[in-house]
Design a protein around this ligand. Structure first.
Ligand SMILES: Nc1nc2c(ncn2[C@@H]2O[C@H](COP(=O)(O)OP(=O)(O)OP(=O)(O)O)[C@@H](O)[C@H]2O)c(=O)[nH]1
Ligand SMILES: [Mg+2]
Length: 458
């Protein structure tokens, strides 16, 4: 079987699986039918092919008569390896010269250099896991914080795959029954009970609906929960961004309207990645550029998971803030009010009556910890639970959305009592999109697209 081009799945492949560059050790992975015999050509030590799986063996890599390196070769016998093929992992000294030399020797003895993601692709093709799980391997490797790690780990270990597969199976059964009806068209029989079909479709619809809904959260986990810092010019938004990041990221000045464009950066708090977004101050303006900036502020606000509404406590009345708050609540996004510039300000009592308010001095870095815990609390209470099945992958999102549309067409069709052949078409569509998620339905293009985004060696 070949995938995408002339490369064959029966080739024995090799690549460095640790990062390139100098390291204490480098691990070279060899996978395929001839993994042992090829390695034995250049490995002086015990005969690898007769060793037990999951055992490590000291030996030398030999080029003609000379010793290239002292190494440890770990043996994995099919199907008990990552790829479900015979695998040797050679741990050598981490010099790029040695690593290249060993890979070259392996290629001269019959290996092929692996393509990006080819080890994981083989794991998928050999049935170690489905496509969605294979994709989670990439997410797992890329995960930088606790919540991204949890989501990727859940998905790699099965996540929504199992439930999705079971429900798809149910639908496959209905599809075959309806196809059967078509064969007996003249006799006007119904093998597929329409009520049961409807129940299955509804179950699938609810399940996929929840997954589709989880994408915003999944996206936030992967790319950071977007938190917009908004407020009037000179409130201290850019100062706050800099204080949070501990870096002079944004320009600060006492000129109102300093920030024109959106400035953002990431910060991980308590295992959750946040994207803090500093924006142009909100006011009426005749300045063309500033107006564009304010337009962007409004857009970012509408997309935020949380808005920090900052105001200069020295320059604001309680009534003004109450009016602002009312307007903000219309966005239906959680709001935290942040009273800034409390340094040297004594009369904050009035404002303490407001709900969801934090008092800070962005300049003197006071109240920042309270602010951080306030936003963690707010974000966590707005169903930031990574234990549930969450989709983080745009490809899954698209396929699920398409599935939903097909399911809705089936439901409509059932209500209208349409003929079996039309029903079958919509069912096939739903099955197609569902199958693309977990990989029951694949094309070379699809696989090529997914695995080429992996690194070589993974
Ligand atoms: N006293 C005091 N001054 C502050 C504080 N935070 C910011 N400032 C000052 O307020 C002025 C405006 O700060 P910026 O951070 O540029 O305000 P901004 O909200 O980003 O303003 P625009 O970008 O124009 O919308 C600067 O002179 C800051 O030094 C604070 O906590 N206390
Ligand atoms: Mg600013």
């Amino acid at each position: 079987m070949s995938y995408g081009n002339s490369f064959s799945i029966s080739d024995t492949i090799v690549a460095l699986s640790t990062p390139t560059g100098i390291g204490a050790i480098g691990v070279i992975r060899v996978s395929g039918n001839n993994a042992f015999s090829i390695t034995e050509h250049i490995f002086k030590g015990k005969k690898l092919s007769i060793q037990h799986s999951h055992t490590a063996h000291f030996g030398h890599i030999i080029d003609k008569e000379s010793v290239v390196d002292e190494v440890v070769a770990t043996v994995f016998k099919n199907p008990n390896s990552f790829t479900k093929e015979d695998v040797v992992e050679i741990s050598c000294h981490g010099s790029p010269y040695i690593i290249n030399k060993i890979i070259k020797l392996l290629i001269q003895n019959g290996c092929r250099y692996a393509r990006a993601g080819e080890f994981t692709q083989r794991a998928f093709l050999n049935g170690r896991f489905d496509l969605a799980q294979a994709e989670a391997v990439a997410d797992l490797i890329a995960s930088e914080n606790e919540s991204a790690h949890t989501a990727a780990m859940n998905q790699m270990r099965g996540g929504f795959s199992k439930e999705l597969k079971n429900l798809r199976e149910e639908l496959v059964n209905f599809a075959s029954l309806i196809e059967l009806e078509l064969d007996f068209a003249e006799e006007d029989v119904a093998f597929a009970n329409r009520d049961d079909l409807k129940k299955t479709v509804l179950k699938l619809h609810t399940f996929t609906y929840n997954l589709v809904q989880s994408f915003d959260l999944g996206n936030a986990i992967k790319n950071g929960v977007p938190i917009v810092i908004a407020g009037k010019p000179n409130a201290g938004k850019s100062t706050l961004l800099n204080t949070l990041l501990n870096e002079e990221k944004a320009i600060v000045s006492d000129i109102a309207g300093t920030t024109r464009d959106v400035i953002e950066d990431e910060l991980t708090l308590d295992g959750i990645k946040f994207r803090f977004i500093d924006t142009a101050g909100l006011r009426e303006t005749t300045d063309k550029l500033e107006a564009i900036g304010i337009e962007r502020t409004r857009k970012k606000m509408s997309e935020a998971s949380l808005i920090l509404y900052l105001f200069d406590i020295k320059n604001t009345t309680l009534a003004a803030i109450e009016t602002e708050k009312k307007a903000l609540l219309k966005l239906q996004i959680p709001i935290v009010l942040v009273a800034n510039k409390i340094d040297g300000f004594e009369n904050s009592a009035d404002f303490e009556t407001l709900e969801n308010i934090v008092f800070i001095s962005a300049l003197e870095k006071n109240g920042i910890e309270q602010l951080k815990s306030k936003l963690l609390k707010t974000v966590k209470s707005t169903d930031f639970k990574t234990g549930d099945a969450v989709i983080t992958n745009i490809r899954h999102f698209e396929n699920l959305t398409q599935t939903q549309q097909a399911l809705e067409r089936i439901l409509e069709g059932l209500d209208l009592n349409i003929s079996g052949d039309l029903l079958a078409q919509d069912i096939r569509q739903a099955l197609f999109y569902l199958g693309q998620i977990t990989g029951e339905v694949t094309t070379d293009d699809l696989l090529g697209n997914i695995f080429s985004k992996f690194c070589i060696g993974k």
